[in-house]
Design a protein around this ligand. Structure first.
Ligand code: URA
Length: 204
């Protein structure tokens, strides 16, 4: 799909890329999004951390455990949703991705969002929220709010969430985070008050 030398990308997954020299040096592997290609909910984080870099899957460390728990409470499981990141390679010393790194990876993320075309995109924390909305955002204030997101010819809904790691540093953020994930399930058509069999998500 992409004809740039050294880049292999199938529209959702990158199997080769050397655009960011620091990240090429610090990564063990490229960490692509996981989950159904037609998921109704896509979570977008910042970048892989150490555990994700080791295991090759987004949100499998401590933040991932919080996300898994919130998904379960919302009547979803990890297998029902797609989870990806703005940047697919681990930044050195877990620093934030630079503007250039975010820009280099943006096309991959946009293509993934366009082709999956979910009912809702949930941005986890400041970096993905600001990156996709292209403005500065006070995430704790705006968490739970829904915004239009246009990716080329595709119109999507974006729901702002705090990053799950925030709930580990500050326990008072936990309830709000869980509510936002429940709201994501509602926007995707899952009846969070119903028991098993109430979900309208197609794939489970
Ligand atoms: N934090 C992120 O933003 N992404 C991950 O994949 C893991 C932790």
């Amino acid at each position: 799909m992409d004809t740039e030398p050294g880049v292999e990308f199938d529209g959702r997954c990158v199997t080769a890329c050397e655009r960011c020299p620091d990240l090429v040096a610090s990564r063990s592997r490229i960490v692509n999004g996981v989950g159904p290609d037609d998921a109704d909910v896509v979570f977008v984080g910042e970048a892989p951390g150490a555990t994700e870099d080791e295991e090759g899957e987004p949100f499998v460390g401590r933040s991932g455990s919080v996300l898994d728990e919130a998904l379960r409470e919302a009547g979803l499981s990890r297998a029902d949703v797609r989870i990806t990141n703005c940047v697919r390679c681990r930044p050195p010393d877990n620093r934030d991705p630079t503007t250039d790194e975010l820009t280099n990876c943006r096309g991959f993320l946009e293509s993934e969002l366009r082709t999956v075309d979910p009912a809702v995109v949930v941005t986890l924390g400041k970096v993905p929220t600001q990156h996709l909305l292209d403005r500065s955002v006070a995430v704790t204030k705006e968490a739970g709010s829904v915004h239009d997101l246009r990716v080329d010819d595709v119109s999507l809904r974006l729901l702002i969430s705090v990053h799950p790691a925030a709930t580990l540093y500050d326990r008072s953020q936990r309830e709000g985070f869980f509510e936002t994930i429940a709201e994501a399930a509602r926007l995707a058509g899952v009846d969070t008050d119903g028991g098993p069999g109430q979900s309208s998500l197609g794939d489970f």
